[in-house]
Ligand binder design. Structure first.
Ligand SMILES: [Zn+2]
Ligand SMILES: [Zn+2]
Length: 479
């Protein structure tokens, strides 16, 4: 989609009072549940996205999404005195005086043509001439956006923040740790403390992750609000969070198995059998099941930064999302359905239905017929897997100018973790329906539905050349 198409879709939506729902009805148990489509990872000009918040929300609402989290970096959109200044072509970014207040931490300027687009679609937006003589526009807050766009049963904005930190190690490595927390409408207290400004040094990622999960959970308890805590893009920017950190933090219940917005350095030197988000997922759940801990669930997000195809057409939104089967479109229902694992993660492909018969241990998935071959793979981990890594591999992207920053040690685990236990192919035009019944020695099962075809997500190390839908893992009740 180019800029003109983007503008067209936003302009059409600006006058819209409702939208077509992407949710589908489904009888489930005694109460009728529906699938709700949502993206919980989006950036706007509140941090480093390239759309004003109304444009971002309009983009998703006009395409039938039912819920959306605007997860700006280290920022909740609550300060009504937040502004963006216009930059003329060729003018370098700068930091206006008003942007030095601690609530603003990212960018404070945007291209003049972004303002033109925005003010055409939303002419009532508040603007002023700043001290430097530049046009400035005020950023709408979460409350203002909710009042404008929420519509019962159709669309809901959720409070969302991406807590973002970097840890620097004395051997030259750097690891990024990014985590979204949903439904807590404020910045974590530790991010407001003076220590926040200091570089984080030599803290093990596993402890740093645990500290964030704990702080978020305590905040949710104190505020008496349900919440989600999500480990984002563990393999950005270069295998920064391994499964071991997730195993050590059983309170982390969600991670991004698919993130559409995280271009990756390279796959140079990485072990193909030990390295992708599916692999991380299975290693984490193998250990969790053995230890009697709750399963880790995988979500899909756009991590949208680029609404305008600038600087390139890669990583545009609309490629990865979650379908949540909930009783109604409200925060509590969406969060409790996700906490129960009743959702599907989609990268361009959606199932019709997913069901798990816990007494028989049978997982059944169905999907519409595809234009290309569709394959359902059932993935399990065997009860007697070996915990010790098969081997450890030291890697770094040698051709990258900061190779030392990205040196990593990766553990490759037993093949009994994340095995394909059954694979079923469906010809083009043939409806997809497949089942797998847990064997006694399976710890859990999950399914991946795949279709060869156009690659939607072009972020390196995400599934290439296939569309994918991931179910959540379902535990063997006998284990
Ligand atoms: Zn991130
Ligand atoms: Zn992000």
């Amino acid at each position: 989609m180019n800029r003109r198409e983007f503008m067209g879709s936003i302009a059409a939506l600006a006058a819209l009072t409702g939208c077509q729902s992407g949710a589908t009805g489904l009888a489930f148990g005694k109460r009728r549940k529906r699938w709700y489509k949502g993206n919980l990872h989006t950036h706007t000009l509140w941090s480093d996205g390239n759309a004003f918040p109304e444009e971002a929300v309009a983009w998703y609402k006009s395409r039938g999404y039912n819920f959306l989290g605007l997860s700006d970096h280290n920022m909740f959109q609550d300060d009504p005195d937040s502004w963006v200044a216009a930059l003329e072509d060729g003018e370098a970014a700068f930091k206006p005086e008003w942007a030095k207040k601690p609530t603003r931490r990212y960018i404070f300027t945007a291209k003049r043509r972004y303002f033109d687009d925005y003010l055409t679609a939303f002419p009532e937006a508040m603007t002023r001439t700043g001290a430097s003589g530049r046009l400035e526009a005020r950023l709408s807050t979460f409350d203002e956006l909710s009042a404008r766009f929420n519509s019962p049963g159709e669309f809901l904005l959720l409070p969302d923040v991406e807590a973002t930190r970097k840890v620097v190690y004395s051997d030259g490595r750097e690891h990024q740790l990014h985590m979204n927390y949903v439904n807590l409408p404020l910045l974590l207290p530790s991010y407001s403390a003076p220590e926040y400004r200091r570089v984080v040094r030599d803290v093990p990622i596993c402890r740093f992750l645990g500290d964030h999960a704990k702080e978020t959970a305590e905040l949710a308890r104190a505020m008496d609000r349900p919440h989600l805590f999500i480990l984002n893009h563990p393999i950005w920017s270069w295998y920064d969070v391994g499964p071991e950190a997730i195993v050590e933090n059983p309170s982390v219940r969600f991670f991004e198995v698919c993130n559409n917005g995280s271009p990756f350095k390279s796959a140079e030197g990485l072990p193909s059998d030990g390295f992708d988000t599916d692999r991380i997922w299975d290693v984490a759940n193998a250990f969790r099941m053995r230890r009697g801990q709750p399963l880790l669930y995988g979500i899909g997000t756009d991590d949208t930064h680029n609404f305008r195809g600038e600087p390139c057409e890669m990583l545009m939104p609309g490629n990865a999302w979650s379908l949540v089967r909930a009783e109604s479109l409200d925060v509590a229902s969406i969060i409790s359905a996700m906490a129960a694992g009743d959702f599907v993660t989609c990268e361009g492909l959606e199932p019709d239905d997913v069901s798990f018969d816990s007494s028989a241990g049978t997982l059944t998935v169905s999907a519409p017929a595809g234009l290309s071959v569709r394959t359902v793979r059932f993935i399990v981990t065997k009860r007697d897997f070996a915990e010790a890594p098969v081997r450890k591999v030291s890697v770094r992207p040698e051709r990258h100018k900061d190779a030392m920053t990205y040196q990593r040690e990766i553990s490759v685990y037993d093949e009994k973790i994340g095995m394909v236990a059954k694979s079923v192919r469906f010809r083009p035009g043939e409806p997809v329906r497949a089942s797998y019944t847990l064997a006694d020695d399976d710890l859990y099962v999950r399914a991946r539905i795949e279709e060869c075809g156009t690659t939607l997500c072009r972020a390196p190390l995400h599934p290439q050349g296939v569309r994918v839908a991931w179910t959540q893992p379902y535990a063997n009740a006998h284990c």
